[in-house]
Design a protein around this ligand. Structure first.
Ligand SMILES: C[S@@+](CC[C@H](N)C(=O)[O-])C[C@H]1O[C@@H](n2cnc3c(N)ncnc32)[C@H](O)[C@@H]1O
Length: 196
């Protein structure tokens, strides 16, 4: 995938500044960082899920990376959910991954439940509603339907305290059932692997 990088500077609550590369072809600065897209690509290539689901399609940057990995794996589809249409379909077409993506317009967690209860999915990336309640509700739905060996990943574990709290509370509640890894980028990525 050819991406032209552009830099924007972010400041966090401790006034720490950080230069975040963003993808020029994805117009608004809400997409995950380029490195996070590459991380998702690498992780999906490595673990080779049966199928994947994402909350928070936006313009499709994280979805393109996940779908490209599924395409290269020669296995799996991505369901990606957003409550608004930001034109991601055109991006999916441009990046030649349209056939690997089912975009769904609707509100998570309700629509997430509908999808994971119906499809054989074992990889999730959460980047939709950035509140503790929403993330916790999504995690509990995935817990209900995901089998052992599945991965639940998500963005903004470090940037949003509410997300950190939700993930940590979820892992404590289901003690011994998940391995938790935090990737300490500026925004922070969480990776949960269901072990039971
Ligand atoms: C940070 S952006 C996602 C960025 C995207 N992952 C990327 O890399 O380009 C969050 C998206 O979640 C969507 N969203 C927020 N709350 C939602 C909800 N309850 N259900 C579905 N989508 C939601 C927003 O419309 C927005 O497009």
């Amino acid at each position: 995938m050819k991406i032209i990088e552009k830099i924007r500077e972010l400041t966090n609550k401790d006034n720490k500044t950080w230069e975040q590369p963003i993808a020029r072809k994805f117009f608004r600065p809400m997409a995950v960082e380029i490195e996070t897209g590459q991380f998702l690509y690498g992780l999906v290539r490595a673990v080779k899920p049966t199928n994947a689901v994402e909350t928070g399609t936006f313009e499709g940057f994280s979805a393109v990376n996940i779908a490209q990995a599924l395409k290269d794996n020669k296995k799996g589809m991505l369901w990606t959910i957003d409550c608004q249409d930001y034109g991601a379909q055109k991006i999916f077409d441009n990046y030649k991954v349209k056939a690997w993506i089912n975009p769904v317009l609707g509100f998570s967690p309700a629509i997430l439940k509908e999808i994971v209860s119906r499809e054989d999915i074992d990889f999730a990336f959460l980047d939709g509603e950035h509140t503790g309640n929403a993330v916790l509700a999504e995690l509990e739905i995935l817990h209900e339907y995901f089998k052992a060996g599945s991965y639940i990943t998500g963005h903004d574990y470090i940037r949003y305290d509410e997300i950190k709290q939700a993930v940590d509370n979820f892992v404590s509640k289901h003690q011994g059932e998940y391995e938790k890894t935090i990737i300490t980028t500026f925004a922070g990525i969480f990776v949960l692997r269901k072990i039971h």
